[in-house]
Design a protein. Structure first.
Lengths: 143, 143
């Protein structure tokens, strides 16, 4: 049975579900940063997903990346499946800017996370819901 | 016309070509680290590839990751398209180990690269060619 890793629960806010993936907003206000977690039990590596799930994940990565890139006018999108700390397969999709806190380095371990203030979080969640609804998002807040 | 970014040429050794991607060995002997570069001109983001190319790239990422993971008995595979420094779309595929130089951090910026010694490089290239030939690799050395 699919269960979200406790560390991911701790570090993020649930935006909702796409066809395959749970969509999390990383609770670091320094970057527009989503995490896709395929709702499959016991999957650590991309290649352990079935080919159909891999293609669905790719479609979701592509759609979410393009949506974030356009909406936030990102200078670059970073897409990464690392998992050295949290083995459960999860894909970071991060909109990067030449003036952001870590540029041009990858974001991990450069700056401590800066949690969203309550109001900013609600605004960001609404923004993301509107952005991802056309891609089939089932919003967590409306469930 | 596809041309490899000069920084990628500088930092790597060409292993060969898969159906879509040029396969580079990152010249850092601390990690088994390949880089896939789709041979398409002027592509920066994954979502800018055609859907057919995206699926082909996914198949190549999946095959190469699984091959490296099995051959090197990696503890974790890291797969990432970042591109903050080199915008040309390229996908890092890195076999990670709990005792490696950067674990559990991502590899970028943690330790300076340690170039392969000549003999070790030739051994590693032969090893990778044998590993990837079943996946359709056209070796750079035999061309």
């Amino acid at each position: 049975m699919f269960e979200l890793h406790t560390q991911l629960i701790k570090d993020s806010v649930m935006v909702g579900d796409l066809s395959l993936s749970r969509v999390l907003l990383c609770n670091d206000s320094q970057y527009p940063w989503l995490i896709l977690v395929p709702r499959r039990a016991d999957v650590v590596e991309l290649f352990q997903l079935s080919r159909i799930d891999q293609q669905q994940l790719l479609d979701e990565i592509s759609a979410v990346s393009a949506a974030l890139a356009g909406h936030f006018r990102a200078d670059k999108m970073n897409v990464a499946a690392l998992g050295n700390v949290v083995p459960q397969l999860h894909v970071h999709i991060i909109a990067r800017f030449k003036e952001d806190a870590a540029w041009p380095r990858p974001v991990w371990g450069v700056q401590p996370a800066v949690a969203y203030a309550d109001e900013t979080l609600q605004q960001r969640m609404t923004e993301l819901e509107q952005l991802l609804l056309p891609h089939g998002l089932q919003s967590a807040r409306s469930l």
